[in-house]
Design a protein around this ligand. Sequence first.
Ligand code: AMP
Length: 212
Amino acid sequence: MKIVLLGPPGSGKGTQTQFITNEYNIKKISVGDILRKSKKNKFFNKIKTTMNQGKLISDQLIIKIIKKIIENESFNQGFLLDGFPRTITQAIALKKMQTNINYVLELLISNETIINRLNGRLVHLPSGRIYHKKYKPPKIKYKDDITGEELIFRQDDQKKTIKNRLIEYNKFITPIVFFYQQEAKLNNLEYYKINANDTIININKKIKRILG
Ligand code: AMP
């Protein structure tokens, strides 16, 4: 099973990624997680600045990272791409890697729900596990359920930055959707739009109905 999960920031990509990868025993590839965990040197400081502004990192770098991961044999069995592709250049590059994606799921959500979800989101950096102060609280305040380690608020989850991230998403998503809808018409993959304004559990159920 090779899945691409599309959706604006706050649409629940990270949360649904956790569900799908556990349920179907496939690996997660999240560029955002990789970048957040990266070593703190001068090069990555530049990347962090771009992330904190809510802007996208260059296609060239992101494609290089993904290519390296996907070429690793342990990813042959299946994976879920969370937050990639984010531009049409990335989508085309992914196809060229001969990954044979079989599902593209697009999470659709209103701006109001996005603001509510991102405001109060917490993350466990080493694993990328996501919580929310109100909607998905950890068992112990500010601690990861599994390791007990510290949870943090993401710097780019501030209102001002969320706005930029939404602008970036909307700027690039249309050609990506068109590209995958064409791929679906050619029977190269299955493409589904999912209403993500629903509760986490209901979205889990919708995804299960699709993936079987
Ligand atoms: P995410 O964790 O998916 O919300 O990503 C956080 C940030 O990482 C984004 O706002 C971008 O700055 C960067 N990023 C993640 N994935 C990509 C990508 N596919 N292309 C470019 N930048 C990315």
